[in-house]
Design a protein around this ligand. Structure first.
Ligand SMILES: [Zn+2]
Length: 204
């Protein structure tokens, strides 16, 4: 593989790259390192995010690197770091389910109390069972929401009706997307061209 300043190279090679299936639908997020390997093996082509033209590894090497664009450099070449690659064979969409975990619940509800709409830090939020467990409410996507300390205390072991509270929106199982495990800061602006769901933190 091509060389450049080691710390910088490692950082660039670990950056996130969006993987599209053959039908241009996002299916995965990988590292630049693995994306370049796929392109090198001809399992994928690099997508120029401005023109949407696609390139083989050799063709990409011949492309001029735009001024200021991140690139992997060696004495003899400069390779622009790809942000999106297109698989050449795979055309399915993986059928995953977002696992019900505390972390994913925080992402779904965007660190926001689902009763008063206040955005809080993790310390000030807890997982509330909409139908209390004492009334047979389950621990599931459909019965759990984030609640701030105040709303949680107000609701206590009561139903919505008893507590006179309303939910901002009905809790549902979130849709899985390739961005499930990525922090918003790790996502590339150019990826928005390939997805219709641009909600920041609820992208699951
Ligand atoms: Zn609240």
């Amino acid at each position: 593989m091509v060389a450049c300043d080691p710390p910088r190279r490692a950082e660039l090679l670990d950056r996130a790259t969006l993987v599209l299936n053959r039908s241009w639908r996002p299916v995965h997020v990988t590292t630049v390192r693995r994306a370049l390997c796929m392109v090198f093996r001809e399992a994928a082509r690099i997508v120029a995010t401005d023109t949407l033209s696609t390139f083989t590894f050799e063709e990409w090497l011949e492309q001029p690197v735009p001024h200021g664009a991140p690139a992997i450099r060696s004495p003899s070449l400069r390779l622009q770091v790809p942000e999106v690659v297109l698989l050449t064979q795979y055309d399915r969409v993986p059928c995953h389910e977002a696992p019900f975990t505390r972390r994913n619940l925080f992402l779904r509800d965007d660190y926001t109390c689902q009763y008063c709409g206040r955005r809080c830090t993790t310390d000030h939020l807890s997982v509330d069972h909409v139908l209390p467990r004492s009334r047979g409410g389950g621990t599931s996507w459909e019965n759990c929401v984030l609640a701030c300390v105040g709303c949680n205390a107000r609701k206590a072991d009561r139903t919505l009706k008893e507590a006179g509270l309303r939910l901002l929106r009905p809790p549902t199982r979130p849709r899985w997307t390739p961005y499930l495990t990525l922090r918003p800061s790790q996502r590339m602006e150019s990826w928005s061209k390939f997805t219709t769901d641009r909600r920041r933190s609820a992208n699951m």
